[in-house]
Design a protein around this ligand. Structure first.
Ligand code: CTP
Ligand code: MG
Length: 587
């Protein structure tokens, strides 16, 4: 697979530009239109000083009033045409930039949906979000404005230089000497101010993140009386936003006056050298005016070039980062020749499975476990033993580093992800509900589920009891904008959701940890008939849950150390009876 051979370090200027321009492909018509407009704009812009030259030499100096009006009309006509061309050009090129940005964003979101879970373990949320939002701004700016504006500026500079040299080579040379400094100054300015404005953005991001964290954790903050701490931290972030903003303002203060001053040097040269030439009759007054207007017209294109060079660098850097993610982070590989899962109930097998997290040690060190179709197996073990790790291998949230995981006799890596995940239903340890009505949460995995099945699942999972008491019953909006469910209620909704999904293998990661023991007993009694014919793995710390299982296995030190009927294991003196013995005494 060529994807894996990709090295983000290869993303230097040209490879990145090539990739960026590839995103342009559908826009060549607009782009061509933009460049034609830029060419027309340049031509018209250069015409105006020329017309001014003629009006002076032909009408003003000879005091020929009759010629003034036609010249004026002509100049107005050219200026209007230039206005129009500029107007439509901006519409066209802005669209290209916005579309390229949108395309890039779509590519990133699409990739985000496919990235394996491990990616999210190791990339801060803020970074993932900003890569698909703020980071794309320079790309839009460069593509939508920079490229065409750059071409226009270059044409303008070349055209003006040709005209100036044709009129008076010595004066062109003398006055032109200062002009490149405008460009250099603009570039130097951009180089200093852009990192600062980026930093202001980042600091604002830190501030937002800190505020968000404090808001989300307000309960803890208030419960432990950490208000002062949070206030100090907030003050620190706010202070650095202020400091960097001041630095940015200082840089602007230092450079912007210079950008106005340098062109006046060129004008001064024209006055000095050109003024003498006019006095000696070597140059007409019109040519003298031509010099001044053309030089003034050159200021912006020169500044723009300096600015664009920098915007281009930033766009390339930001596009490089995005492409590095798009191409450097492989999505969870789909099988090349996918196999189909057999129909009906499915068995599950772990064959000498090892699993390791990139940052930690090996969590599973050779798990062998065969689960028959329709069997309910409790996966036990002390906290951190690797229960969640083991269960997460089934829907391929992570892949085993060694060994195989088989569902229905097929290696999970040989099944299309979509097929695998519709066959394996999951209740995670900390279930997430969406901020939509309860009804939609229940049918999230299977929107077309018949309502009587949903109700049956709700009965089995113990949702019916509280759902009917919610203000709008099953139509009650859940979450931050609606009713906040308790931890145990959330778990029960997640369980019902998994039952509605109709998966043939149910993976329940500590599904009742937040439910009181009495409710748990009721649920457990309801659960057995509800999962009839399904193969079920339940990770749990609770004996009452283990007791519904046909079989319990105990994980310890990365291996399965005990395996048997829960009753038998409890009677023995292994780890199992140590884990659960107390509960029996307590009950
Ligand atoms: N771990 C890790 N990186 C992750 C998840 C887990 O390094 N993204 C480590 C944990 O630090 C732990 C080990 O893997 O030492 C096993 O974690 P887990 O499978 O989640 O343990 P459980 O048995 O599920 O623990 P609990 O009963 O607390 O849920
Ligand atoms: Mg766990």
């Amino acid at each position: 697979m060529s994807r894996n051979r990709f090295d983000p370090a290869d993303l230097t200027l040209w490879p990145t530009m090539r990739r960026l321009l590839r995103l342009w492909r559908g826009e060549w018509r607009l782009a061509a239109f933009g460049f034609v407009c830029a060419l027309a704009f340049t031509g018209l812009s250069l015409t105006i000083p020329k017309l001014i030259q003629y009006v002076i030499d032909d009408a003003v100096v000879p005091r020929d009033r009759g010629k003034l009006l036609p010249y004026l009309a002509l100049i107005l006509l050219v200026a209007s045409a230039r206005f129009f061309v500029n107007y439509v050009r901006r519409f066209a090129t802005a669209r290209i930039g916005i579309r390229v940005e949108a395309r890039m964003r779509e590519l990133l979101y699409d990739a985000y949906l496919r990235y394996p879970r491990a990616f999210y373990d190791h990339h801060p949320t803020g970074q993932v979000l900003s890569r698909a939002t703020n980071d794309l701004y320079p790309i839009r700016y460069f593509i939508g404005w920079g490229l065409v504006q750059g071409a226009q500026s270059a044409m303008m500079i070349v055209g003006a230089a040709v005209i100036l040299v044709a009129v008076s080579p010595p004066l062109a040379l003398a006055s032109g000497v200062a002009m490149p400094f405008v460009g250099l100054l603009a570039y130097a300015f951009a180089r200093r101010v852009h990192p600062l404005s980026r930093e202001v953005q980042e600091r604002k991001g830190d501030l937002t993140e800190a505020t968000g964290e404090a808001v989300v954790g307000m309960e803890m903050v208030q419960a432990f009386g950490r208000e002062d701490d949070v206030q100090t931290r907030f003050g620190g972030h706010a202070g650095s936003v202020r400091d960097v903003s001041v630095q940015q303002a200082d840089v602007e203060a230092r450079f912007l006056p210079g950008l106005i001053f340098v062109p006046t040097l060129a004008i001064a040269t024209v006055l000095l050298v050109g003024g003498r030439q006019v006095a000696r009759g070597e140059m007409t007054s019109g040519e003298f005016a031509l010099f001044i207007t053309l030089l003034l017209q050159l200021v912006w294109p020169l500044e723009a070039l300096g600015w664009i060079t920098n915007v281009g660098q930033r766009a390339v850097a930001s596009a490089g980062r995005s492409f590095a993610w798009l191409e450097g982070i492989p999505a969870l590989p789909e099988p090349e020749n996918p196999r189909r899962l057999p129909d009906g109930p499915l068995d599950v097998r772990f064959e000498s499975v090892h699993a390791r997290y990139p940052t930690g040690g090996t969590v599973l060190k050779g798990v062998d476990l065969a689960i028959e179709r329709g069997q309910i197996v409790a996966v036990c073990g002390s906290t951190g033993a690797g229960k969640t790790t083991l269960l997460n291998l089934l829907p391929r949230f992570y892949d085993a580093t060694e060994g195989r995981v088989l569902v229905g006799g097929v290696d999970v890596r040989d099944v299309r992800l979509a097929d695998l995940r519709s066959a394996v239903g999951l209740v995670t340890q900390r279930p997430i509900l969406f901020s939509v009505p309860l009804r939609e949460n229940l049918t999230a995995a299977r929107p077309d589920a018949p309502w009587h099945e949903v109700l049956a699942a709700c009965h089995a999972a113990g949702v019916s009891g509280f759902a009917e008491e919610l203000p709008d019953g099953y139509d009650t909006l859940i979450g931050e904008r609606g009713v906040n469910l308790s931890g145990g209620q959330r778990q029960r909704v997640a369980l019902a959701r998994a039952l509605v999904a109709g998966a043939r293998v149910l993976v329940l990661d500590d599904p009742m940890s937040a439910v009181d023991t009495q409710t748990e007993r009721l649920l457990v009694d309801n659960l057995r008939p509800a999962v009839e014919g399904k193969t079920v793995l339940i990770a749990t710390q609770r004996l009452s849950t283990v007791e519904v299982a046909d079989r319990a296995v105990v994980l310890d030190g990365g291996r399965i150390v005990q395996d048997g009927r829960p009753g038998d294991l409890l009677a023995g003196d292994g780890l199992f009876s140590k884990l659960f013995g107390d509960e029996v005494v307590a009950a």
